[in-house]
Design a protein around this ligand. Sequence first.
Ligand code: SP5
Ligand code: ZN
Length: 342
Amino acid sequence: MKIVFSQDHKFQDGKSELIDGQIQPPVEKPARAEQILSAVTEARIGEVLAPAPVDRALLQTVHTPAYLDFLETAWDEWVAAHGDWDALPLDWPARTFTHRVPEAIDGKMGYYSFDAGTPITSGTWRAVTASASVAATGATLVADGERAVFSLCRPPGHHAAADVYGGYCFINNAAVAVEALRARGFSRPAIIDVDYHHGNGTQAIFYGRGDVFFASIHADPRQEFPYFLGYADETGDGAGEGANANFPLRWGTGWKSGYEEALEAALDRIAAYGPDVLVVSLGADTYHEDPISQFTLDTDDFPRIGEHLKRAGLPTLFVMEGGYAIDALGRNVANVLSGFEG
Ligand code: SP5
Ligand code: ZN
C-alpha cells in the first residue's frame, strides 16, 4: 500500500491548547506524524510518496471562500492585534446572538470555530494545505488504480466543516479526498470514520447529499466531545436522508463489548448503499491508553479493524485523523493497514 506524506505537517506546532480548564501543550503535535511514519516504514507497508500541491478550486468544493481566506490571513491579523502567540478564540455566537462576521480577529475566530483547543499558529495555513494535498494525492493514486492508499495527513480534518474549525482540524481532508475521487469519476463514495470522536465536520459537509454515504463509530456525544453532533437519530436531510449513519458507543467500549458489532453494522449499512470507493477516516484514539479518550481497544484489535474494512472489497483510501498515545500510535496505525493488506 502506497503512503502519501508531507514533512510540512511540522509547521503546525502549537504552544498551547485549552483543556480541562488549563492551558497545556497540545496533544496534537508533530511527533504524532513522525511516529506513524517510522512505524509504517518499519512495518514495510509501502513506498512513501510526496504530495502534489492541492488546488484552491478543490478546497472550495468543501470549504467556503470566505473561510479559506480567514484561515490564510488569521495568523497575521492575530499577531497585529496581540503579538506572536498562539491564536485561541474566547467568544462564540451561542444561542441569543447574531451570526454576523465581525471585523476584529477575535470575533472572526469565534465565528469560524467551535472550540478553544485548536490553536492557529504561524505555520497553520502551510501545514493544513499540505495535509489536504496529502489527502488529494492519495485520492489521485486510488483513481489511477491503486487498490489502497494511506494518506498520512496531519493536522487531522474530520471535525472541520465547510466554514468551521475545531478539534485540531481546519481543512476536512477526508471530504477533500471524496471530492477529488468524484472529480475522477467515482460516483458513490462512502466514508467510514473510526476515529474515537464523531466526525462532525464530515457529517455536516455531506448531510444534505445522497451521493456520499457517511458512517461514524465514536464515543457517545452525551459523554464526549464534540457533544453537539453524532447522535444515532441523525440520518441525513433532504436528498441525504438515509445516507448518514452514527454508531455512538459508551465510554469503556472495547472490541468485544460493542466495537466489533458497531463496525460490522456500519459496514453493513455501507454495503447496502452500494458504494464504488471507500474513504476511511482513521483515528487510533480508540486505544485504551489514549490520554484524552475512553475506549479500550488493544494493539491486537487494530489489525481486526483492517480485516473488517478489507472485506468491504472496495478501492480504499485511508486518511489519518486522531490518536494521541504517542508511544503506541504508530504501531496501532500500522496494524490497521497490515490487517487490511492481510
Ligand atoms: C482529530 C481529533 O481526534 N480531535 C479530538 C479533539 C478533542 N478535543 C477535546 C478534548 C477534550 C478532552 N477531555 C478529556 C481530557 C482528559 N484529561
Ligand atoms: Zn479523535
